[in-house]
Design a binder for this molecule. Structure first.
Ligand code: MRU
Length: 328
């Protein structure tokens, strides 16, 4: 695949409304929702019509533009959008950039944020090519979790963007995607994206990661992130921490693809990162089909925190970062 190929898209602006590809329905059906108010956008973020930290931020920026269009209170809309999902911090970074702008400038600024995300992902991807080339010199497997590609961003992707950029640069690799229980972003979205875009990919269940690492096929693990603390601790999709521990055991480098908007300098370490807990039915059911007793208590944190000590490098649009992070 050439680096110029247009991959899947999940977010579009159409005259006076935000169009979102409903990620709850993928890969079985491709349904676009038309949203005309900030309240609808906040709902779409909460129920995960749109998900992935950068995509949430872009949708939120358009949501603020819709608030102005509706004549709604900007501060109320901003707070409502921010509250929709608490862990991903990219939306806060974007809303802070938009805060000082006049009403008339908001839509143009939201479009610019969308374009900037794609540009940043491409730069991040390029920054990661040499890392992946080295790591995959003798083992071609790349382990990843959740969905961090075009569907999770404005386009190209972060962790999957690194994979795209490495493939375009001629690096031979094969993605192993964890299904990512309970929401199945790996099975439903990453597998779909890889097939759509010709990225070599094998799907595994989350519990197979250790056995796969033990086979010696994996040269690197690359994940995205929803919020990174100043000390490098990284919150990402539940299951990331377990992968990091396994990778350390098997001596496999563990890379975090991190657009700099994901760095929260207000969080000294991972303990300060708020972790979203979601409805227990996501665990008791699979796509609405019960698989457990309806009354069984469930713990359903959407994210976990990988300590910086388990992370080999943080790949940003500004280059590869190691600790301590550059001062902002
Ligand atoms: O709950 P989700 O699907 O929004 O979780 C997404 C992730 O954990 C991603 O890895 C993260 O947002 C980075 S996406 C480029």
């Amino acid at each position: 695949m050439s680096d110029d190929k247009q991959p899947l898209q999940a977010i579009r602006w159409d005259e006076d409304a935000l169009l979102l590809l409903d990620q709850r329905a993928l890969p079985m059906s491709s349904v676009w929702l038309r949203l005309g108010s900030w309240v609808e956008v906040a709902w779409a973020i909460r129920v995960m019509v749109v998900r992935g930290a950068p995509a949430i931020a872009i949708a939120g920026a358009y949501g603020l533009a819709l608030a102005v269009q509706e004549g709604a209170d900007r501060a109320v809309a901003s707070a409502g959008l921010l509250a929709a999902r608490p862990t991903a911090v990219n939306l806060r970074a974007v809303l802070e950039r938009l805060a000082g702008l006049d009403d008339e400038a908001l839509l143009t600024a939201a479009c610019a944020e969308h374009a900037l995300d794609v540009a940043n992902n491409r730069a991040l991807g390029q920054a990661g090519v040499a890392l992946l080339q080295d790591a995959l010199a003798s083992r071609k497997g790349v382990l990843t979790i959740c969905n961090t590609g075009s569907l999770a961003t404005g386009g190209h992707g972060t962790a999957l963007g690194m994979v795209r950029s490495a493939l375009a640069a001629g690096v031979a690799l094969h993605v192993f995607a964890l299904e990512t229980r309970p929401y199945l972003q790996g099975a439903r979205l990453t597998a779909h994206e890889c097939l759509e875009d010709g990225i070599p990919c094998t799907l595994i269940t989350d519990g197979m990661a250790g056995a796969l690492l033990a086979t010696g096929q994996i040269g690197a693990c690359v994940i995205g992130c929803d919020r990174v603390a100043q000390n490098g601790d990284a919150a990402n999709k539940i299951g990331s921490l377990g992968l990091a521990v396994l990778c350390r055991h098997y001596g496999v480098p563990f890379f975090v693809a991190m657009p700099t908007d994901t760095l929260d300098r207000d969080c000294a370490d991972g303990d300060a990162i708020p972790i979203e807990e979601r409805d227990g039915d996501e665990v008791r059911q699979v796509q609405g089909t019960p698989i457990a007793p309806a009354q069984v208590p469930v713990w359903n944190p959407a994210f976990d925190v990988t300590p910086a000590a388990l992370i080999t490098a943080w790949v940003t649009e500004q280059g590869v970062w190691r600790l301590p992070f550059p001062n902002g």
